[in-house]
Design a protein around this ligand. Sequence first.
Ligand code: LIP
Length: 304
Amino acid sequence: MADLNLQEIRDTLVVVAHEAGRMILSANPTDISQGTKLNSTDIVTETDKAVEDHVSKRLSEAYPSFAFVGEETYKPGVQVTAAPTFIVDPIDGTNNFVHAFPHACISLGFAVDHVPTIGVVYNPYLDQLYSAIRGQGAYLTEGAIWGLEGGQGRRTKLPFSKHPPALAGLDTTLVAIEWGAARDGPNFELKTEVFKRLAASKENGGSIVHGFRSLGSAALNLCAVAAGQLDIYWEGGCWAWDVCAGWAILAEAGGIMAGGNPGVWNPRVDDRKYLAVRGAPSGQKEIVEEFWKVIGDKKLDYDS
Ligand code: LIP
């Protein structure tokens, strides 16, 4: 990695993210002319494809030797290699985009040796850009396009709190969950059961978490965990392009990414089962193990 100019790559990703943001804001969000994938919830729009085409062209021109994995051009069974790879979701939160719900983003990740190394996640609706370079911290920049701070935007280091509180147990947490596209079968049944156990009172054997947030974007979920606004995010079924950028940002904000199934401490970027925990002075390992106990003996299972 020594010969990679990570700062230059990040800066390029920020410019491309702003270009993609303008494409998202100028698109007709109700146009789902490209149809759906798994079922009626798994929507693809022509904007998804147009944004990915633009991003792929810009990045292959700037870095022709790097690999590219994108949601709309991905071929089932293709694994992320150890080569420097851009891992891109053109619109993460497509269902929000289609419904004109202002919680979607362009997610531009860069992985080296399977490790999420650079992350740029941009929500154009709010002009909020989250970014991180491995070893150089994670930041939120707000209002750069809107002209704040002379066009530089207001920059805040993540997590927001300089002294994040210890993690003291699931009953003190705000948890991001997602239903995902699959709405039947054993994965859906296990998710539904785990959600119920997490929410239920202790008297009924539950964890009584403070609450759930299901906002439809894995990348923005990870950024909220990185910021310390959410404590945990658990999902099975999303993909490397949903999490790569947010994972780099989470890691640089002191967070950890464990596996979405019990016992997996070091998931691959394309594992498709994830458990993200915010940065904290103590309690991360313990809360992962407490969460895994809630999952029990069954396991989430997805093809790559
Ligand atoms: C979405 C993910 C989300 C998942 C949705 C969908 P998309 O990505 O960010 O975590 O639950 O099913 O996959 O499709 O909006 O890019």
